[in-house]
Write a protein that binds this ligand. Structure first.
Ligand code: NAG
Ligand code: NAG
Ligand code: NAG
Ligand code: NAG
Length: 368
């Protein structure tokens, strides 16, 4: 009897002790997690609204902006690759000339950071210190679209037609989000192959949206808007049309196609369309993998997008619907050769991004 009582008391006691021990341990663990969250340098300081990174952290992440870490040179300044807590980042170091005040800059970045869509490059935060203004983005391991589509080997071997089509549809959805579905209304104004980045699964993500406001400020953007009526959502639709033609043909819009005709991809596509042989536009390395109905639909939609009169061009919501179904489409009217010259002289170039055109082709943003 005494033994039985002693044993059961011992069992109960050890049970209580065990529970107490585990409770204590998990409490301590929670505390530790809390501590690392608070103290870890490099963590964003104001994690609620705008992650603000310290300059020393960014310098550490990018090897003090070493040339080895440089990814490229955009119209707004150089872009560096970096590593922060094991996560890869891309740091856009904005040109110092922008006259934007600190608070305005931060406010704009807060707005832009709220734009989130799987076909937009994610803005992680910014770094402001002295003269320096930087934007910190998620890193896109597969670079920009132009390095694939204008390269026969990389484009044809690594990306078959289904992937090309996936990329076209993704860009359309990202643009639709900017134009209509986001809380802000954004006109990109510089959509081109080098501004479409690819993640590790080759999903397209639009970059450089919303930069105009962060650099120039809302008021001045509004002035640009009034002076230059050409820019509207329909000019983005136009750029999208060119981009689709480039993706299908693997050629740049500004290339030379025929000595006796318009020297552009649009002119080339328009001629082939009118001669009833649009499929000749397809990049030869895509021919074996392509679905003719999808390619035809893409060519048709792109010609609708580059029509001369902006009011004839479809909205991005129509474009997304047209790409996703087999509905009958309207016959495209004469494309705009003027616009094409105007806005794409320097466009779709991967090599020379420092040309002046990029610096003024900025993004328009209106608060709804
Ligand atoms: C980073 O580089 C700049 C100029 O290249 C230099 O002045 C500065 O001291 C460097 N900073 C660090 C932390 O190495
Ligand atoms: C271009 O036009 C010229 C004269 O009009 C003609 O002789 C030539 O064959 C044409 N070139 C092509 C490639 O059609
Ligand atoms: C890039 O464009 C600038 C200005 O248009 C020009 O001065 C420069 O030579 C170009 N660079 C290349 C590599 O084409
Ligand atoms: C086609 C291509 O280059 N794909 C690469 C994209 O990035 C991932 C991750 O870095 C690579 O594994 C793929 O090979």
């Amino acid at each position: 009897m005494a033994v039985a009582i002693a044993v059961s008391v011992a069992i109960v006691l050890s049970g209580v002790l065990l529970v107490g021990y585990f409770l204590h341990r998990s409490r301590r663990k929670l505390k530790e997690i809390g501590k690392t969250n608070q103290n870890n340098e490099g963590e964003p300081k104001e994690d609620l609204e705008l992650p603000l990174f310290d300059l020393t952290i960014v310098i550490g992440a990018t090897n003090n902006f070493s040339s080895n870490n440089k990814l490229g040179e955009g119209g707004f300044g150089p872009v560096y690759r970096g590593t922060l807590h094991g996560q890869e980042i891309a740091v856009k170091r904005l040109s110092r000339s922008s006259g934007q005040g600190l608070n305005e800059f931060k406010n704009e970045v807060i707005l832009i950071a709220k734009l989130q869509h799987r076909n937009l490059v994610k803005l992680l935060g910014c770094c402001v210190q002295g003269e320096e203004k930087m934007l910190i983005y998620e890193y896109m391991p597969n670079g920009s679209l132009d390095s694939f589509i204008f390269d026969q080997v990389r484009g044809g071997l690594l990306l078959d037609w289904p992937k090309h089509f996936h990329i076209i549809c993704g860009i359309a959805r990202g643009l639709l989000y900017l134009h209509q579905d986001s809380r802000l209304r954004i006109i990109h104004r510089d959509l081109k192959a080098s501004n479409v980045l690819l993640d590790n699964e080759m999903n397209p993500k639009i970059s450089d949206f919303g930069l105009a406001r962060t650099l120039i400020g809302g008021d001045q953007t509004a002035v640009t808007w009034h002076l230059d009526g050409l820019f509207s959502v329909k000019s983005d639709v136009f750029s999208f049309g060119i981009l689709v033609l480039e993706v299908i043909s693997g050629r740049k819009n500004k290339g030379l196609y025929h000595p006796n005709h318009s020297h552009s991809l649009i002119g080339h596509a328009w001629r082939l369309w009118n001669q009833g042989r649009p499929l000749e536009l397809i990049d030869t390395c895509l021919e074996s993998s392509c679905t003719l109905l999808e390619v035809l639909c893409c060519i048709h939609v792109s010609l609708l997008c580059v029509q001369h009169h902006p009011e004839d061009r479809p909205s991005m919501s129509s474009v997304v619907i047209m790409l996703g179904s087999e509905i009958a489409l309207a016959q495209p009217k004469q494309p705009s050769f003027f616009m094409e010259k105007e806005s794409h002289e320097a466009g779709s170039s991967s090599g020379n991004q420092s040309s002046s055109r990029n610096e003024i082709s900025i993004t328009l943003l209106e608060v709804r």
